[in-house]
Design a protein around this ligand. Structure first.
Ligand SMILES: [Zn+2]
Length: 117
């Protein structure tokens, strides 16, 4: 039998965003060092779940290159952590069919998790 396992790769990017007036101070343009953890799920075949370099290539191309050192408002409407995580999922699921979870830290204390539901 084959064993299933989760595998996570961590990324960081620096971006600016601003939210609507109802978000108080966050209405002003400000920056975060976002931490993104991308988890895939799959059977272990030849000792691995997935080639890590494949995750790195896909996430860099579809997410990091578009958001890092950018104003996220130029890419995503109302870029709350929730909406950014949804957008990241929609980008990655196109090329990463083993995608299991997107975890996005907006600060070390606040994060959201999306599993495609
Ligand atoms: Zn913010």
């Amino acid at each position: 039998m084959n064993f299933k396992m989760l595998l996570t790769r961590r990324f960081e990017f620096d971006s600016a965003h601003k939210l609507g007036k109802e978000f108080g101070k966050c209405h002003n343009l400000h920056g975060h060092r976002y931490v993104l953890e991308v988890t895939v799920s799959g059977e272990i075949i030849n000792g691995i779940v997935i080639d890590i370099s494949e995750i790195k290539k896909i996430v860099n191309e579809l997410v990091i290159e578009k958001l890092d050192h950018n104003n996220i408002n130029n890419v995503i409407d109302n870029p709350t952590a929730e909406n950014i995580a949804l957008w990241i999922w929609k980008q990655l699921i196109k090329k990463l069919n083993k995608l299991y979870e997107v975890k996005l830290y907006e600060t070390p204390n606040n994060y959201v998790i999306y599993r495609g539901e």
